[in-house]
Design a protein around this ligand. Structure first.
Ligand code: SAM
Length: 392
C-alpha cells in the first residue's frame, strides 16, 4: 500500500521527535477556524518534566504558548496539518521536509536541506543527544526502526534500552581512567545482535569523537556475520565482531569491557577477563544466576519466606551479585550497583559497573567481608572467585 504525502510527513515528524533530530516546525497558510491565527511555530524545549515541544500560536496581536509532551505534540501537529493549516515545514538536524496543499487540497511533499541544523531548547540548555541521526542506518538494519526512521511495533523497549544504555555509559565513561595516548579498546562480550555494540561505537566515535576500537564477541556465528555486514554497510571501520566465547576469544586487552545479559557464569567469565586485563571500566548486567542456588543455605529465620520459588530465585540473584560486587572491590575496583532500566521493561535490569582504582591494589579488608558473606550463605564455590584465585 502506498503512503500518502501526509502519512509520509507524519512518519518523518514522529521519527525526528523520537530520535531527537527535531529542530523546529512551522505551520502556515491557515484555513478556517480562528481568522486571527496566522501561523504556529513549534520547537523543542527541555522542561523539568522532561523534553516537550513548545507551540507558539501566533495571532494578529498576541502569541499563545502551549507546551506538550512529545507524543501528544506529534498528534496535535498531525491533527492541524491539512485541516487548519495548508503548509507545514519541518526542519530536522539533517533535512528540511515541506508539506504543501494546493488549491484543490492535494498534498505534496518536498525534501530539501535543513535550515536549522541544531535544535535550540532555549531556556534550558539542551543535553547533547547521545545517539545522533547517524544511528538511523544501523537501527533500521537491525530492525528497530523502519525506513522512515519510526520505531517498529514491539521494538519501543529495545529502542529505549539502547538510549538508556548510552546515557549510562556516558556517565560511567566520564569517571573512568581511560587512556588518552592510544585508541581506547572496547569489548562487548556476548553482544548478541549488537544493538548496544553499535550504540557504544557511535557514542565513542560520533559523539565523544574519541579514538576507539570496538569489538563485539558472540558465540553465534550468524549474528557475527550479520553485525559485521551492517558495520561494513554503515561505514563503521572501527567496529568489528568476532566469533568465539567470552573465555577464549582472541582480543586485545579491553579498556572498557561490557557484558550485558550474559547468562549465569558467563558474566563471571567476562568480569574475570576484565579484571585480569586491568580494564578501566567493566559494565555487566547479570542474568540467570543459577550457579549458587544448590549451595545456598539461608538462615532458618528466612526458611518460611524461601518456601516461595520466586524468593529463592531473587535471593540467589542477590547473593550472586553481591558477591560479585564485593569481589570486584577486593580486586581493586570501585563498584556501583543500580537499576539499568525500569522493571516495567525487563526483569533483567540490574547493572554492576566497576571502575578501576589507581594502583589496582587488592584489598584485604574487603576479602574478609567477602568471606563472611559467603560463609553466612554456605557458599564454598563461585565462578568469579575461582577465576580470580580467591578462596572462601
Ligand atoms: C541475552 S543475549 C544479550 C545480547 C546483548 N548483550 C544485549 O544485552 O542486548 C546473550 C548473548 O550472549 C551470547 N553468549 C552467551 N554466552 C556466551 C559465551 N560464553 N561466549 C560468547 N557469547 C555468549 C549468546 O549467544 C547471546 O547472543
Amino acid at each position: 500500500m502506498s503512503v500518502t504525502p501526509q502519512e509520509d510527513f507524519a512518519a518523518r515528524l514522529d521519527a525526528s521527535v523520537r530520535d531527537g533530530s527535531f529542530a523546529r516546525l512551522t505551520l502556515g497558510k491557515p484555513r478556517g477556524g480562528d481568522a486571527t491565527l496566522q501561523k504556529v511555530i513549534v520547537r523543542p524545549v527541555a522542561l523539568k518534566a522532561g523534553p516537550h515541544l513548545s507551540f507558539v500560536f501566533r495571532h494578529d496581536t498576541r502569541d499563545i504558548t502551549k507546551n506538550l509532551p512529545p507524543a501528544e505534540a506529534v498528534r496535535e501537529i498531525t491533527r492541524l496539518v491539512g485541516t487548519q493549516f495548508h503548509s507545514a515545514h519541518l526542519d530536522t538536524t539533517v533535512q528540511g521536509v515541506q508539506l504543501e496543499f494546493n488549491k484543490k487540497g492535494e498534498p505534496r511533499l518536498h525534501l530539501g536541506r535543513s535550515a536549522a541544523p541544531f535544535p535550540d531548547t532555549a531556556h534550558d540548555r539542551a543535553k547533547p543527544r547521545l545517539l545522533t541521526t547517524d544511528a538511523q542506518p544501523w537501527l533500521h538494519a537491525l530492525g528497530v526502526t523502519n525506513a522512515a526512521g519510526a520505531i517498529r511495533e514491539g521494538l519501543a523497549d529495545k529502542h529505549r534500552q539502547i538510549h538508556k544504555f548510552t546515557e549510562i555509559l556516558s556517565h560511567l565513561v566520564a569517571d573512568a581512567p581511560l587512556p588518552a595516548d592510544r585508541p581506547v579498546e572496547i569489548t562487548d562480550m556476548g553482544c548478541g545482535k549488537g544493538y548496544l555494540t553499535f550504540a557504544t561505537h557511535d557514542y565513542f566515535d560520533l559523539v565523544l569523537k574519541c579514538s576507539a576500537r570496538i569489538c563485539g564477541v558472540e558465540a553465534r556465528p550468524e549474528l557475527v556475520t550479520l553485525c559485521n555486514k551492517i558495520a561494513h554497510d554503515t561505514a563503521r571501520p572501527k567496529l568489528s565482531f568476532v566469533g568465539g566465547t567470552i573465555q577464549n576469544a582472541e582480543l586485545p586487552d579491553p579498556d572498557v569491557l561490557i557484558a550485558l545479559h550474559a547468562c549465569d557464569t558467563a558474566t563471571d567469565d567476562a568480569l574475570a577477563r576484565g579484571v585480569k586485563a586491568g580494564s578501566a571500566l567493566i559494565v555487566v548486567a547479570p542474568c540467570c544466576q543459577k550457579e549458587l542456588r544448590p549451595q545456598l543455605q539461608a538462615a532458618p529465620v528466612l526458611a518460611p519466606a524461601l518456601r516461595h520459588g520466586i524468593w529463592q530465585e531473587r535471593h540467589a540473584e542477590f547473593v550472586t551479585d553481591a558477591l560479585r560486587a564485593l569481589l570486584l572491590e577486593w580486586a581493586g575496583y570501585d563498584t556501583k550497583v543500580f537499576e539499568f532500566i525500569s522493571t516495567e521493561h525487563t526483569a533483567k535490569n540490574l547493572m554492576i559497573a566497576a571502575t578501576k582504582r589507581p594502583g589496582l591494589a587488592r584489598d584485604d579488608a574487603t576479602a574478609a567481608k567477602v568471606r563472611e558473606l559467603a560463609a553466612f550463605y554456605g557458599i564454598t564455590q563461585q565462578a568469579l572467585a575461582r577465576q580470580l584465585g580467591f578462596s572462601f
